[in-house]
Ligand binder design. Sequence first.
Ligand code: PHE
Ligand code: NA
Length: 471
Amino acid sequence: MSEQRSSIHGQWSSRLIFILAAVGSAVGLGNIWKFPYITGENGGGAFVLIYLCCIALIGIPIMMAEVLIGRRGRQSPINTMRALVKDEAAHPAWSLLGWGGVITGFFILSYYSVIGGWALAYVFHTAAGFFSGASADQVGTLFKDFVGAPESVLAWHTIFMVMTMVVVARGVQGGLEKAVTFLMPALFLLLLILVAYAMTLGAFGKGLDFLFSPDFGKVFYHCELDAAGAEVCRFSGEPILIALGHAFFTLSLGMGAIMVYGSYMPGDASIGRATLVIVIADTAVALLAGMAIFPIVFANGLQPAAGPGLIFQTLPIAFGAMPFGQFFGTLFFVLLVFAAWSSAISIIEPAVAWLVENHGLGRISASVVVGFLAWFLGLGTVFSFNLMSGEKFQLFGKTIFDLFDYLTANILLPLGGFFIAIFAGWIMSRASTRDELQAGESIGYRVWRFLVRYISPLLVVIVFLHAIGVI
Ligand code: PHE
Ligand code: NA
């Protein structure tokens, strides 16, 4: 039975390595690129507060559920779900959960790789001294020119995808263990340096204020500039959905990435403790990124709501002005690339593991197949910022990039997470989850079970209904 299951793909060599790998998956573009720009677009403090509540009440219990399902099944998410359907005598339709995750992963990786390519390009731009002494205007123009040129963005997207395929082909355990051990701490340190620099700017207080003092009017009323430059505000439940979606995205939840990493987790490691470490690390990196970026935004009179280009239009100004900026800047983008890389790897691992299990493909062929498909889908994002940015290429006022991002982060991941919670809370027997969490009937176990049965799924439903205007 499940006691004897072991993964054909190998195991992490220690409990610490599982934590490091999961932190590698969680900490990525979501924290440093996406968190600041969606916070900027959604008015700051109140959005951050809602996001933090989603992390605590939904993210933590669902991460524990996803890891425990993975470790019990010890296979790719698709086959893990099949195995648990048998163990728990559940309806076979539950296997669809694994499938949904794999498909979601393709969509996420397609645009994730493009932004990873931007970061890669910025390593070279910074190292070449493009930003030394550059003004905010010049940095903004460099960004627009860069994303406006499809050939080079396409090339960087291709390089990033090949990098991802190479590591996944070699097996995540071997490829990843060493990299994450020292790169994640280095990224953390560099963020601290950036925050220290931001403290020297006159606008540090204003930045913190934006990030941490909640103004709920700004979350419920979404304001945009109209064509004439006037501010129009409308009531919308959407920012809460975006905060919820980002909680899933940033913790790598709802699509099987954390599940597949859980399937390589040693049997004696504590899932609860590992989850806390992963969540704290991920949240700290996001908040530090915000603390570095918003003071720069305000010190230079920039717009917090600049969108996906925000970090690429703000951090280089700081690197251009601070002592040793060229060095720190280059190092920063190198570490950002590593953070993005270790996340991208976890996004395709579920699909690759499944191809190896069910189709007898070697890891190399499986990685090539999956990477190529995601690369191809990524063309839509490459062109969303240039050839296809025009209105005639938009659907619901969104570019392909916006659509993929919205569909995955705000709809598919919360949906996947909802079903993971239901499966772990209602379908799996109390004995199985208790056994996997090694918790006995402790208070911790009862709190977890209560959250995963009632609170997390209910909150997801409420946020969905609120976003479509029902409540
Ligand atoms: N958590 C990653 C980040 O914040 C992105 C990711 C999403 C990784 C989904 C795996 C699965 O950058
Ligand atoms: Na993250």
